[in-house]
Design a protein around this ligand. Sequence first.
Ligand code: NAI
Length: 248
Amino acid sequence: MSEDRRIALVTGGSRGIGRAVCVRLARMGMRVGINFVSRPEAAEETLRLVREAGSEGFLAPFDVADTVAVQDRIKAILDQEGRIDVLINNAGITRDGLMARMAEADWDAVLNTNLKSAFLCSKAVMRTMMKQKWGRIIHIASVVGCMGNAGQVNYAAAKAGLTGLAKSMARELASRGVTVNCIAPGFIVTDMTAALPAEVQDSLKAQIPLGMLGTPDDVAAAVAFLASEDSRYITGQTLHVNGGMFMP
Ligand code: NAI
């Protein structure tokens, strides 16, 4: 199947990294489903940018941590579109705090939104990918899942979990032509990092060999590669997009 007829679903596609991924996949000619849970006007803007990039898209609002919503909404998309060829598990949240003071609810929210969501969404799309013997599933992990980070035990555990999930899924799905990989961004300028004070951002830059924070487009370029035919011999891997701050 040629790339320009593919259908992609990007969770958390309304802003930040997810928006850049939607636009990049649209530039490859894919029809893009934009998932989000809040700020519908941001999702509308992503859809506008997808169209400006020369493709088409559709909005897919649902909470990726809600089992029933994921099953129902992805089934509806499959009924409407016929299939999903590319799934980008990008939706994520943080609820930071030192572990000694971390509420169980903050652990659960971050694990459910960042890790369980990838299990749920992947499970909902994998049968159709297996049947057509082609699929790309990409989880957006984080450098923090590899290095750890004080104040982020929940987030780091969820992101490390994504790499184990990807490796095991890769082994289960390889014979059916479906590849599963992770991208682990370092510090990328989005709403999630904009909240960091300027001095924290400066100290982060000092730890990055390339001397700058990344952009959502830097991550989207890596996603585009792993979503393309060019990556057909790559599965179960984690691609680090971090300016050199962590070298596994
Ligand atoms: P962001 O906060 O700008 O956007 C998050 C997106 O996820 C939004 O579209 C939001 O609507 C969606 N979302 C949140 N909870 C959801 C839910 N329950 N159901 C459906 N959608 C939901 O975040 P950003 O920075 O663009 O991050 C995207 C991904 O990249 C996240 O998984 C994040 O952990 C990861 N990441 C970000 C880094 C950064 O420096 N910004 C670094 C490493 C990883």
